[in-house]
Design a protein around this ligand. Structure first.
Ligand SMILES: [Zn+2]
Length: 258
């Protein structure tokens, strides 16, 4: 009797051991193998993507070596419309609702007249091997107002008074009516964060954007004149002729229009 009981206890212990060791082991095997499977698929997907990108870059490489003669062939309308000055001392004369926009593939809007050159610039950047995205384009009055108020609230939440919060917010977000984004002629361009880092995109734009009629609107050495801190991502369409002159003379839009 005593023996039987001991055997039973032993068997129970054995069963318990199976549960304690075998089940977690099985789970572990399952987890590891599914992770290996997922990683394998992810890597395959990434390799595929890289291959595609290389292919695109190869296909477009010649296009990225644009020079002035290539650009002269473009039928670009560089009228007065693209030289409108808007800054904190020169607010817009309309509410911006008259801007005829076109939607980019990521949902951002821009004035449809700048679209051909913008698309060309983005295509050429990608062909060269940097991957920009338009993070912000045209903004309605209410959108600008919302961004502005949001920033004020952020500063108030940090403990600033209404007045101080407003002042702090204005150095980051323009007061509604004074943002070039409301014209539809400006875009904030960042790197996609997957194939390119910010610096690469800003460098490429700094060297090439003027060829497409875009200028780095707020250079670091012109903050006194523009009223805006250095923003290497903010590009403004002014037309190829003006952009070339602004680039060659190292001036900003305010100085060009003087
Ligand atoms: Zn901007």
């Amino acid at each position: 009797m005593q023996k039987k009981v001991t055997r039973r206890i032993r068997r129970r212990k054995k069963n318990k051991r199976i549960f304690v060791f075998f089940i977690p082991f099985l789970l572990m095997v399952l987890i590891v193998s599914s992770m290996a499977f997922l990683f394998g698929r992810l890597k395959k997907e990434m390799d595929h993507r890289q291959q595609d990108n290389l292919e695109i870059a190869r296909l477009h490489f010649d296009k990225s070596n644009l020079d002035e003669t290539d650009l002269d062939e473009d039928n670009v309308d560089d009228g007065e419309w693209c030289l409108t000055l808007v800054n904190k001392w020169n607010p817009m004369k309309t509410d911006g609702s008259e801007v005829e926009t076109i939607e980019l593939s990521n949902g951002q809007l821009v004035d449809k007249r700048i679209y051909p050159q913008l698309q060309k610039m983005l295509d050429d950047a990608r062909a060269y091997g940097v991957y920009p995205v338009v993070a912000s384009g045209y903004r309605t009055w209410s959108k600008q107002e919302a961004l502005y108020n949001e920033k004020i609230e952020e500063y108030k939440a940090e403990g600033l008074s209404e007045e101080d919060a407003k002042e702090a917010a204005e150095s980051w977000v323009a007061i509604p009516g004074t943002s070039e984004h409301q014209l539809g002629l400006s875009v904030d361009i960042n790197a996609d964060g997957i194939n390119s880092a910010g610096g690469e995109v800003y460098d490429w734009l700094a060297r090439n954007a003027y060829k497409y009629g875009f200028i780095n609107r707020y250079p670091s050495d012109k903050t006194d004149i523009t009223g805006v801190a250095n923003e290497p991502w903010h590009y403004r369409y002014v037309g190829i002729k003006a952009a070339e002159e602004i680039n060659n003379r190292g001036i900003c839009l305010e100085e060009y229009l003087e």
